[in-house]
Write a new protein. Structure first.
Length: 469
């Protein structure tokens, strides 16, 4: 390492100009370089550079001839990257300097004018916003595809009974479609959160320079418009140091990943043999290397685990940013890998879960049979006492609890208790009570807005189908 330093002492650093006598130590070069991950910003860097150069030429800061050459060179670089023929060099540190160095090789002197009125600080902030905005838009599309897959399955199971649970204990009978629509609602909030995030993200840092703006007569409104931003950021210090957009994006992804994880958990439970509510398609199941009978929901288990990784990326980035003074610090180089990693694993998980939903098979009989256990219509019994005998709900709750205890002693369900058994607890009970102890009737009775009755569920399906057109 010391030999390398000695060899470099006569070679001034090409990136940093005349301030340094020689290049960095090997460990410093490796620590400082980000090209191995920020090369993903190549398309955004080229797009941002074209917008910047176009503005410079329009403002008379560079010539039209320089602009033409810069565009030509950047187009060639874009083609080289797309063809896998671009040589990413660690000594050029990052994607910005790799592209600029290659541009200089291609067009010569005009390449040196591209960085006029621009710093890598506002350049990287712009590139990162463009990449994150594009990723956000892609995720919204995938979330809507997930919602459509859920709606498709729900439409087939409006009348399918399943035990609704609290604390994972049988609570009340619900429609399977109603249960699935809960995840449609969650995904809808995810889409809305991302939409709000996009509005705050969609401001342009370009033109802020290193931190203080520039003395050149630039037009920041023009570059913002060219890049699809709603406006330029108003404070140059904030423009280069802000990473709220990435933190908010990661927070929204973490919440959404939690929703995916909850559904993945239910898929694991529902596909297990004690439940057997669903069977995953072969395309989303795995086997065992030793037990030939096994059919494992590994995909759902992996999705369930991904939320830990995505959440960890949010915490890591919050930790990076929490103690940074204004404006820019090299610590902020650590922002991109967290976002890149979260986006990759979130989109993969979302696509897989969408595929599972679209292809799984439902065991209606197993679901219906499960609603016949656990005194699942006990709440309906209590409601009947209130509605038909004018008993206060708290008293009705107590009576129902006593009847449940009696049924447990007799090792039967509530509908198997005789009328005389029930009247031994509450003398005014009539045989009309048996009407509400049927899970199907209990389901149909809950027709309030947002309820599980098929009539209410059909209304919700209609609303969501219209919204997702």
């Amino acid at each position: 390492m010391s030999n390398k330093n000695n060899n470099n002492k006569t070679n001034k650093n090409k990136l940093w100009g005349g301030r340094f006598d020689h290049g960095p130590a090997e460990a410093m070069e490796l620590l400082n370089a980000s090209i191995h991950f920020d090369k993903r910003l190549a398309e955004e860097d080229i797009t941002g550079s074209i917008a910047h150069a176009t503005m410079l030429a329009t403002q008379g800061i560079i010539s039209d001839a320089d602009l033409s050459e810069i565009k030509r060179g950047l187009a060639q670089i874009s083609e080289e990257i797309a063809a896998g023929q671009f040589d990413f060099k660690i000594e050029q540190e990052d994607i910005h300097m790799n592209i600029e160095a290659r541009l200089s090789d291609i067009i010569g002197e005009p390449a040196g004018r591209l960085h006029t009125a621009r710093s890598r600080n506002d350049q990287v902030a712009t590139d990162f916003r463009l990449w994150t905005r594009s990723s956000l838009d892609s995720i919204v599309i995938e979330l809507k595809a997930f919602q459509k897959a859920l709606l498709g399955l729900a439409e087939q199971h409006v009348e399918t009974l399943i035990p609704g649970t609290t604390h994972l204990q049988a609570a009340q009978p619900v429609s399977l479609a109603h249960h699935l629509l809960a995840y449609v609602e969650m995904a809808g909030r995810d889409v809305a959160r991302l939409g709000d995030c996009r509005k705050r993200m969609n401001l342009s840092p370009l033109g802020a320079g290193a931190l203080a703006g520039t003395s050149f007569p630039i037009d920041r409104d023009m570059t913002a418009k060219l890049l699809g931003f709603s406006a330029p950021m108003q404070n140059s210090i904030d423009a280069v140091s802000d990473r709220d957009f990435a933190l908010e994006f990661l927070a929204a992804l973490t919440i959404s990943a939690t929703h995916l994880s909850r559904m993945a958990e239910e898929i694991v439970i529902w596909s297990s043999q004690p439940y057997s509510y669903i069977v995953l398609d072969d395309a989303f199941s795995t086997g065992s290397s030793i037990m030939p009978q096994k059919r494992n929901p590994d995909g759902a288990e992996l999705i369930r685990a991904k939320v830990g990784r995505i959440m960890g990326n949010l915490v890591a980035m919050l930790t990076v940013m929490k103690g940074l003074p204004l404006a820019y610090g090299k610590d902020m180089q650590e922002d991109k890998e967290a976002v890149f990693d979260s986006v990759d694993h979130f989109i993969l998980s979302l696509k897989a879960l969408t595929g599972m939903v679209a292809t799984l098979s439902v065991n209606k009989d197993a679901m219906a049979a499960a609603t016949m256990k656990g005194h699942i219509t006990a709440t309906d019994l209590a409601d009947w006492l209130v509605q038909n005998l004018n008993i206060p709900f708290r008293r009705a709750h107590e009576i129902t609890g006593s009847l449940v205890g009696m049924a447990d002693q007799k090792k039967c369900e509530l509908d198997k208790l005789s009328l005389s058994d029930m009247q031994s607890i509450e003398a005014d009970i009539t045989d009309g009570i048996y009407d509400v102890l049927d899970p199907r009737r209990a389901l149909n009775s809950r027709s309030s807005l947002g309820g599980t009755a098929p009539s209410a569920v059909k209304e919700q399906l209609k609303l969501w189908k219209e919204q997702l057109k």
